[in-house]
Design a protein around this ligand. Structure first.
Ligand code: RUB
Length: 352
């Protein structure tokens, strides 16, 4: 049995909540559009099928689409019998699916560069080894950042989180924000999570709440507009969110609505943290506002479960992410520890 199948067996034995994984001769992926009421597993046998799954958000979340890039390139290697050019082409296809989260593009670029350096005759084996290293590393990042992040979680905290930055948005332990929260909970801290529903895809209502329930972590679902008032009346005393991309100056690109929570946190003197990992930092991006924010179809705002929730003629706008200025962030939690301002210099600790 090859190393990846052995690793997958171990991850299943460890009860990791994996968004995507390998079986004998295909990939399996949970269709996150169907959660929490249905756990539908999609069988992926072609790269184009996986690319469509990322674009249509059957799999989503910066960490999860990053590892989907790894699995997609491995699938191309298997289908082509280890042809370098097919693997690199697969990477290009997968990269083009969603532009904002940097994990996918960074992971594909790194693996493509590695593929170029592989020998022709041992490409399949060498590429498989590297891909396994990347998958193991990203899971370890989650556990490490969870350990560091739990240091800023105190007994009795009520923590706001937004969108879904958890196991199904990562490698199966807890992604980024939920790795911090889950680790603090496992350390025995008495915490409560307020999870924002996160319109219109409802990552919070459908996936974060689902995971918190699985982890046995007390939580309350709120709508996105409630955070400010709940901070003001003292129901929320900390914010921990994930990250799709962090600019070199510490500006945070995350699910739209994050910026509003940061504004409310600043106004109410509440600490605001983002959990990230080195492969989410974009050192080529000077400022967050220079980013290419993905706009998704209006339909996703005007319809809920396929039902029109507004008038026939009403138009909609859906920037899928927003930008939180670094001066509103108390700390950036990473696998190397908690990074504090000045981020321009301090983030260099994550440059690998
Ligand atoms: C998901 C989202 C998550 C980040 C963080 O957006 O913005 O907060 O991806 O994930 P979408 P993590 O559902 O549109 O992909 O920090 O766990 O990687």
């Amino acid at each position: 049995m090859n190393r990846l199948l052995k690793l997958t067996q171990q991850w299943k034995a460890d009860n990791l909540l994996m968004p995507i994984w390998v079986e004998e001769n295909h990939l399996c992926m949970i269709d996150q559009r169907k959660l929490p009421h249905k756990t539908e597993i999609l069988e992926i046998t072609q790269v184009d099928q996986l690319a469509k799954g990322i674009k249509d958000m059957a799999i989503r979340g910066s960490g999860a689409i990053g590892i989907a890039g790894v699995y997609g390139m491995l699938l191309a290697s298997r289908i082509s019998g280890g042809k370098k050019e097919d693997v690199i082409l697969a990477g290009k296809k997968l990269k083009s699916t969603r532009p904002t989260a940097v994990n996918l593009s960074k992971t594909v670029d790194n693996l493509s560069k590695f593929a170029e350096s592989c020998s022709e005759d041992r490409f399949y084996e060498e590429f498989m080894e590297k891909a396994c290293d990347v998958l193991e590393e990203q899971l370890n990042f989650e556990k490490e950042l969870g350990r560091y992040g739990a240091e800023i979680i105190n007994d009795g905290d009520s923590i706001l989180t937004h969108c879904h930055s958890g196991a199904l948005a990562g490698s199966g332990f807890g992604g980024r924000a939920l790795s911090v929260i889950r680790t603090a909970f496992l350390e025995g801290k008495n915490i409560h999570v307020y999870c924002c529903e996160t319109r219109p895809y409802l990552q919070g209502a459908r996936i974060t709440a689902y995971e918190l329930e699985k982890f046995g972590i007390p939580h309350t679902l709120i709508t996105d507009g409630m955070s400010g008032y709940l901070m003001r009346i003292g129901k929320i005393n900390k914010v921990v969110v994930g990250s799709d991309r962090v600019a070199s100056n510490g500006d945070l690109i995350n699910k739209v609505g994050t910026y509003m929570h940061a504004l409310a946190a600043k106004e109410n003197g509440i600490p605001f943290y983002t959990a990230t990992s080195s492969h989410t930092i974009d050192f080529s991006l000077e400022r967050g506002m220079d980013i290419d924010v993905e706009y998704r179809p209006e339909y996703e705002v005007t319809h809920l479960d396929g039902k029109l929730i507004t008038t026939e003629n009403t138009r909609a706008l859906y920037p899928a992410f927003d930008v939180t200025p670094n001066e509103m962030i108390n700390g950036i939690i990473s696998e190397e520890g908690i990074i504090r301002a000045p981020y321009l210099t301090q983030l260099l600790r994550l440059k690998k």
